[in-house]
Design a protein around this ligand. Structure first.
Ligand code: HEM
Length: 538
């Protein structure tokens, strides 16, 4: 027994010494990109400690250039910080660099095995991506779901106007999140999410952001991951279990409906159930309950945008920037008013006529890409700009830094939507200076849907409401724009602002007492008057 124990301890010691002492020495002999000196065992962890990683990486890039070599504990990595190098990584050499460096939290309940985000770029990843692309994100499916998105946007305006009892100070993310989640839910299950699920989901997301966003030793010392020192995996497992339960209910409901002969919905869930039992000959994985719920959870809505809240956070950043820049706020609101006139609700067909709104979204994504770092992995050894990136290296693409690099933009730290007035720079992954959705094989799968939601929801917030900062923010000289690095880069202090209903028109009626009144959008008294025969003049 004692001999066995000794053998175990010495094996562990050997693994440890090889990984954390011998390998760093080997690295020094290869033609790796430049980088800071490493300490034994921790490597360069001290270089990023105390700063959010996207900012710590940017500081390293200032010193060592656009391709920096580092070692974080036992993880060999490079950091990419310029459009030029990003083009090599995400385009020219992408075939070998589209692997995924998974966070340990993604392993909770083994869901990384079914996750588009975590899977290596092979047959299962391709099959699941294709399924989602066809049944959620294809142009025809997006067109079918337009009414659902507009419905949720109308509900957002109602929530802000206080029809549902909201207070005059609006917590922006709190009103936006359930509507974005509602769109995603309908995209997957073809029906509205009930209020209890929406509320519980909000709680799960808030916890997931804290749990999975905190630094985790398992990510830097994979040899210790099984010990789950901070209990991250354990806590994530509870959240994943809740999400699986909700998805299982939907799968069960749909199975019963199909058995009862109810009409098909032809959505992602129907498509996945059609494939149930299929086995992939090449990799041997099967489309079973695990794969279906894993895919529904991780591929699109439930894990990605629900847990990560990237769309909601982008809208919150946009509102914060507009409140800080009243000139931009007035300009975008005038543009919306000019196009919509007295129409109450924004529709998706309006967006193409709102170039300044589009510029506001672009500038927000440039300045605040809510997924600040792309996590790629070298599947083979490649050469980039004369340096070697060995197989297995984690490739951090600092999207946040690239989107701000001064070379590409004038006054890069300023919020200036006008910079896109003339330039036809797109964020769709072809211009490597502006890649808030990433680029290449692992480009954000949800981008076409996110793009639609961002414009529609933001326009619905801006139309008819005269947003102002809370008095206390005004007294402090502006909003607190500090960032919180977690699953997404969000505002550390959730944005709250006042949104008095705007006077959108004048009504006349027959009463001698009230023959001309201002119509308050969303005001139930005004709506009653309209119903009673008052007429809208303008
Ligand atoms: C403003 C909103 C969003 C932003 C800024 C954003 C950004 C990103 C980024 C930067 C990546 C990583 C790309 C890379 O690794 O190179 C990503 C991946 C991904 N996104 Fe999004 N995203 C957003 C919304 C969404 C939505 C709404 C969905 C779901 C419908 C979604 C689903 C995904 C998935 C599944 C991946 C993983 C793709 C893969 O690994 O193959 N995203 N996103």
């Amino acid at each position: 027994m004692a001999a066995f124990l000794l053998l175990c301890i010495s094996s562990l010691l050997l693994v440890f010494i090889t990984t954390y002492i011998f390998q760093p020495l080997m690295d020094a002999r290869r033609r790796l990109p430049p980088g800071p000196r490493r300490l034994p065992i921790i490597g360069n962890l001290h270089n990023i400690a105390g700063n959010p990683p996207h900012r710590a990486f940017a500081a390293l890039a200032d010193r060592y250039g656009p391709l920096v070599s580092i070692r974080l504990g036992g993880v060999r990595a490079v950091v990419v910080s310029s459009g030029d190098v990003a083009m090599e990584v995400l385009h020219a050499r992408n075939a070998d660099l589209a692997g995924r460096a998974a966070m340990d939290a993604w392993h909770a309940s083994g869901h990384h095995a079914h996750s588009i985000i975590a899977l290596p770029p092979r047959r299962k990843w391709r099959a699941l991506r294709k399924l989602c692309a066809e049944h959620v994100l294809a142009p025809r499916r997006l067109a079918d779901l337009r009414a659902a998105r507009e419905d949720e946007a109308r509900d957002l305006a109602r929530a802000v106007s206080g029809e549902d009892g909201g207070s005059p100070a609006v917590a922006v993310a709190r009103v936006v999140f359930p509507r974005v989640a509602g769109v995603l839910w309908r995209s997957m299950f073809s029906e509205a999410m009930d209020a209890t699920t929406a509320r519980e989901l909000g709680d799960v997301v808030r916890e997931a952001v804290v749990v999975a966003g905190a630094p985790n030793p398992s990510d830097y010392f994979p040899a210790l991951a099984a010990a789950d020192l901070l209990g991250v995996r354990w806590r994530m497992e509870k959240l994943v279990a809740w999400t699986y339960m909700v998805i299982d209910q939907q799968i069960e409901l749909r199975r019963r409906r199909r058995t009862a002969g109810e009409p098909r919905k032809n959505d992602l869930l129907d498509a996945a159930l059609d494939m149930e039992g299929d086995v992939d000959e090449g990799e041997g994985w099967a489309m079973n309950q695990d794969a279906i719920r894993g895919m529904l959870m991780v591929t699109n809505a439930l894990c990605y945008d629900f847990y990560y809240g990237s769309t909601t956070s982008t809208i919150e950043w946009a509102m914060a920037e507009l409140l800080q820049n009243p000139r931009c706020m007035a300009k975008v609101q005038d543009e919306i008013k000019g196009v919509l006139g007295t129409r109450r609700h924004v529709e998706e067909r309006d967006i193409s006529k709102l170039p300044y709104l589009q510029a506001v979204v672009k500038e927000t994504l440039r300045l605040h890409p809510t997924v600040p770092i792309g996590l790629n992995k070298a599947e083979a050894t490649v050469e980039i700009h004369g340096y070697k990136v060995p197989k297995g290296t984690t490739v951090y693409v600092n999207l946040w830094d690239i989107c701000r690099r001064a070379k590409a933009w004038d006054e890069p730290e300023e919020f200036m939507p006008e910079r896109f007035d003339k330039d036809d720079v797109s964020f769709l992954g072809t211009n490597f200076e502006l890649i808030p959705f990433g680029a290449g094989r692992r480009i954000c799968l949800g981008m076409p849907l996110a793009e639609r939601m961002l414009h529609l929801m933001l326009a619905s917030l801006l139309h008819r409401f005269e947003w102002t900062m809370l008095p206390e923010d005004g007294q402090q000289g502006g909003l607190d724009m500090a960032e919180q690095f977690g699953l997404v880069l969000s505002l550390a202090t959730p944005l709250r602002a006042r949104a008095p209903r705007e006077h959108v028109g004048v009504m006349v009626g027959f009463s001698p007492l009230v023959n001309k009144i201002h119509l308050l959008e969303g005001c139930s008294v005004c709506l009653d008057l309209l119903d009673a025969g008052y007429m809208l003049l303008a």
